[in-house]
Design a protein around this ligand. Structure first.
Ligand code: BES
Ligand code: MN
Ligand code: ZN
Length: 491
């Protein structure tokens, strides 16, 4: 996608040459709108065709006084980046079936008291996200999928005063959108395409494109490291496991890295504690955490911030077989702690705990793991906010802030010590599950036992990485949150 910013010439927005002009109207009293547009807007409202209500949009063909042959009005609740993005999504979905190749977008906002233009880098970033979302089509195993939008270029109209911040926002937004698209593409691919080996190949490809250092460990190396928990999950499957290390070096060696750890279960059947058949197909996205690590690295490759980041991905399948781990089996983790596997379907925490121990060697500034970890988190928070768990107030605040800034929000969940009692075992140092209640929290408490050496947070993305229903598929979340978190650390 070709994203640009443009300061309109003497003829104003009316003179902008594009196949369509999209005017996002924030609130009900847009100020300083040029006469042609103000007239069209007033007429549309008077005719009862347009209302200043979020969700409303109107298409006008050959609008009088405009160079562009199409005008789309889209109402936004206010001039916030979030409302701008929502209104744009509506407008762009309307353009999808049309012949529009080049759209110009403008924001009509109420007058700001301080005279600062309403549009800034956050709007530009929101635009990049909305455009990428509207134009992504999954085709890899569905070549017959209908062509997406013909849209090839989007120009964001701005003033001289905000042109440079808008430009910066577009670049950042495009980088993040590229990362989101990669994460979606990986998570949408079926388990027989997106295997642990495939994830490793994706990492290698990113390495080749952007100069990241990539290491891929197989069964033998992982055994040598003593990753008994990870192997305990992988051993039920014929598909070889992969432990993937990515290194982005944007700062001097002396700068401690952030470490991102992704759960990479390329299919989760539950293992011997097998899942019910309904919707089991969706468990191909149980590598959504891994996908978000790859996507964030893609964004880093594009944006190139001055920071060091390590990505770790523990990838395997969770299947039942004659060699699979059984309920009651005890595994020895890389940390030395033994784990009683009471339920083989709580496999994410088993692969993550060894990856978290591996992370110690990087002497990290902080470690964040990302995992489609529990159905309980879906029940608690639904699809709107990712679950954030951390004993570290400051780190938690930074991640929450990154989520708000990225329009990819999270919600902090409790981690009182008392929750840990649910994980007591008579046969090992820890059990891999507790009772049903508070399932997302006990999962986080389990992980916490492996994070003593550094500052740590956990994101449960079971509800946010995937959309059900008619638009079923991967969302690419939380790549925007993670990228913002890393960028803020670079500053
Ligand atoms: N991958 C699942 C969690 C999940 C559920 C992700 C629904 C997305 C949507 C995870 O491995 C799992 O099976 N968790 C169990 C844990 C339980 C056995 C303690 C769960 O949530 O039921
Ligand atoms: Mn599971
Ligand atoms: Zn799982």
């Amino acid at each position: 996608m070709d994203l640009r910013s443009l300061v309109p010439g003497a003829a104003g927005m009316a003179g902008v040459a594009a196949d369509a002009l999209v005017l996002v109207v924030a609130g009900s009293e847009p100020q300083a709108l040029e006469p042609a547009l103000a007239g069209l807007l007033a007429e549309s409202v008077k005719a009862g065709d347009f209302e200043f209500k979020p969700g409303r949009s109107l298409y006008l063909h050959r609008p009088a006084g405009l160079k562009a042959p199409r005008l789309v009005l889209a109402a936004a609740a206010d001039a916030s980046p979030k409302a701008f993005k929502t209104a744009l999504a509506t407008a762009l979905s309307g353009l999808k079936s049309l012949g529009v190749r080049h759209a110009a977008v403008a924001l009509a906002a109420p007058a700001a008291a301080d005279g600062v233009p309403a549009l800034d880098d956050r709007h530009a970033e929101a635009l990049a996200a909305a455009v990428a979302d509207a134009t992504y089509v999954y085709r890899h195993t569905k070549p017959s999928a209908p062509e997406g939008a013909k849209l090839q270029r989007v120009t964001l109209l701005c003033d001289k005063a905000n042109a440079s911040v808008v430009k910066r926002g577009l670049a950042r937004g495009q980088g993040i959108a590229d990362g989101v698209t990669l994460a979606r593409e990986c998570a949408n691919r079926p388990g027989n395409f997106c295997t642990p080996t495939f994830l490793a190949e994706q990492a290698q490809a990113l390495g080749a494109q952007y100069g990241f250092k990539i290491e891929v460990l197989g069964r033998k190396e992982v055994e040598k490291l003593g990753m008994g928990a990870f192997i305990g999950v992988a051993q039920g499957s014929e598909e070889p496991l992969r432990f993937i290390v990515l290194r982005y070096e944007g700062a001097p060696r002396t700068s401690a890295p952030l470490v991102l750890v992704g759960k990479g279960i390329t299919f989760d059947s539950g293992g011997i504690s097998i899942k019910p058949a309904a919707e089991m197909d969706e468990m191909k996205y149980d590598m959504g955490g891994a996908a978000s690590v790859l996507g964030t690295f893609k964004a880093l490759g594009e944006i190139k911030p001055k920071v060091n980041v390590v990505g770790l991905i523990a990838a395997c399948e969770n299947l039942p077989s004659g060699r699979a781990t059984k309920p009651g089996d005890v595994l020895r983790s890389m940390s030395g702690q033994t784990i009683e596997v009471l339920n083989t379907d709580a496999e994410g925490r088993l692969v993550l705990c060894d990856a978290l121990t591996y992370a110690e060697r990087f002497k990290p500034a902080a470690v964040v793991d990302i995992a489609t970890l529990t159905g309980a988190c879906v029940i608690a928070l639904g699809a709107q906010r990712s679950g954030l768990f951390s004993p570290d107030e400051e780190l938690a605040a930074r991640l929450l802030q990154a989520g708000e800034a990225a329009l990819d929000p999270a919600w902090r969940m409790p981690m009182d010590d008392e929750y840990d009692e649910a994980l007591k075992s008579n046969f090992a140092d820890v059990a891999n599950v507790g009772p049903r209640g508070g399932g997302a929290i006990t999962a986080a408490m389990f992980l916490k036992r492996f994070t003593k050496a550094y500052r740590w947070a956990h994101l449960d993305i079971a509800g946010t990485a995937w959309k059900g229903g008619a638009a079923k598929g991967a969302t690419g979340r939380p790549v925007p949150l993670l990228t913002h978190f890393v960028l803020a650390h670079a500053r």
